[in-house]
Design a protein around this ligand. Sequence first.
Ligand code: ADP
Ligand code: MG
Length: 338
Amino acid sequence: MTQAKKISIVLSAVLAIVLLAAFGWRQKAQPAAAYFANKGVIFGTYYNIQYQAGADLHDSILAAFDAFDRSLSMFNSTSVISRINHNHDTLTDAFFEQMWAEAERVHALSGGAFDITVAPLVNLWGFGFKNREQVTKAKIDSVLPLVGFEKVALREHRVQKADERMMLDASAVAKGQACDVIAALLESHGAENYLVDIGGEVVAKGLSKHGEPWRIGITKPVDDPTGESKALQEIIQTTDICMATSGNYRNFYYEGGERRSHTIDPRTGYPVQHSLLSATVVASSCMRADALATACMVLGADKAKQMLEQAGDAAGYFIVAQGDSTAVITTENWIFDR
Ligand code: ADP
Ligand code: MG
């Protein structure tokens, strides 16, 4: 090969590399996909979903909410869970069975503090779909035998109950589970950067439109029956996380000077009364975080801390009443600076 030929081969190779690099660079420099924000009301609370995608996905999100509602809504009389509660012969679906599996795990982990068969007690105390009655010890004693996860079973897509007056309540997992459902939907459309917030339960992934980790607020547990307070205890900046908060500062009422919270101890039949005002839990799914957060509210701070340490995939942040003020307790693996 002549010297000239060698030079020309090298030159063409260099040119090819330059062209390829320039073309690759042009491809990369294409404008990044836009961020969308979809907001609205669902399951009696708000949703706020932000994501980076090639198109607005709100219609698909609404369709997913609808499918979820037809499975687990307590307020939809034809949902799978409502039909089971009314003893109509009903086959369970995938949403229901996912819920059941997590409810079973958290029931065991919490020593029965978390229990989806709590519905008759929730109704008795006036937080469910029936009107509040005068609650007496005799009434509690008559309802307690209808509560207990060990008295129900899921076999071949059917729920079996020891007593047909037993009822299920998935409210303590549903919002978190719906966050997981929407996160999976966004991922199926290729989204890698998103924040799904349904009534304070959150799944965050990747970065916000500012190119930073997401900012997630932990609500201050001030009495707020209208749910309008926006006061925050603290804001954490983080990502790739599933987080849920349960508190007794929104859903409660006073009777005879006593505060009745919407978290009920299924073992005693009474609404819980202790110094734990709110529990924020991080776990491997938002459904699990939601169930664990409710379990924490039943157990109180000390036992809740032990439970989360046993969970293997969870961390917790508790706000407890201390005199007229509040204090924060966390599990040792709570990673955020305070
Ligand atoms: P929030 O996010 O509003 O604090 P939670 O996730 O703690 O709500 O769920 C509270 C709801 O769960 C109650 O309104 C009731 O329907 C149901 N619930 C109450 N006590 C229990 C319990 N011990 N186990 C499971 N579900 C419960
Ligand atoms: Mg919950």
